[in-house]
Each structure stands twice: as structure tokens, then as C-alpha cells.
Write a protein that binds this ligand. Structure first.
Ligand code: FES
Length: 127
């Protein structure tokens, strides 16, 4: 389990929750009462965009995982998500190229396309 901290969504929605690796961020948000727009749930509309920062792995609960210490893990982002983020002005083409080339996440992600990795994250509204 990893921590997902929602911050900036409002007094009653700012909270720390726990998620499993592979959970989709949008589902984690909705199941914990966080209001995130989700017009298409398919990476096309951009309504679920959020800012994500990876935070320390120190508090991870499962220290037996091989990549326990791998802060900054590889993250595959598909073309659809990157194209939507570019079209809405959330990232530049250069940032998208870097994301693809080095399997790095962009600072803005689409919650409906964002699978939780083995690292705790801080999630803030895009706007
Ligand atoms: S809900 Fe449309 S891009 Fe995520």
C-alpha cells in the first residue's frame, strides 16, 4: 500500500488515503470522496487533470519489494494521454518527448490514465 495525499481540493476532501499499486488514481479519488471531474474516463477530455508529485518512499508499508528504494520509477504514459495533455497546454511537446524517451511521468497527469506506482504521491488540482 502507498499513501496518496490529496491537497488543495477543499477542507473536507484534503486527506491522506491508501491505495494499492496498480489502482487507477481517478478510482482512488472517487472511492474516497474526492471530487474530480471525469467527463470521458478515457484520456480524451482532460477534465481529470491533476498535478502529481512523488514523495518519499520512507513511509512505504511494504519494504520487501525489490524496487523499494527506487524513487523516480519508470512510468509508461501512452500517446493518448500525452496528446491530450499537450492539446490542453498542460505540458509541452518537449516534456512529452522526455516522458516517452525516459519513461518519466509528467508533472500533470490524467487521473483516469494514472496507475498508482510503488511510491507515495501528493495530488493537487491542475488549476
Ligand atoms: S476523464 Fe477525460 S481525460 Fe480523464
Amino acid at each position: 500500500m502507498v499513501s496518496v495525499i490529496f491537497c488543495g481540493f477543499g477542507e473536507k476532501q484534503d486527506k491522506r488515503v491508501f491505495a494499492k499499486t496498480g489502482d487507477v488514481l481517478l478510482r482512488v479519488a472517487h472511492s474516497n470522496g474526492i471530487t474530480l471531474a471525469s467527463d470521458c474516463k478515457d484520456g480524451m477530455c482532460g477534465s481529470c487533470a491533476v498535478r502529481i508529485e512523488e514523495i518519499s518512499n520512507d513511509e512505504q508499508l511494504d519494504s520487501t519489494l525489490e524496487d523499494y528504494s527506487s524513487k523516480g520509477q519508470a512510468v509508461y504514459m501512452d500517446d493518448k494521454e500525452l496528446e491530450t495533455l499537450i492539446s490542453m497546454g498542460a505540458i509541452t511537446k518537449k516534456e512529452a518527448e522526455i516522458a516517452q524517451q525516459y519513461n518519466r511521468p509528467t508533472p500533470v497527469r490524467l487521473a483516469c490514465q494514472c496507475a498508482i506506482k510503488n511510491a507515495s504521491i501528493l495530488v493537487k488540482p491542475y488549476n
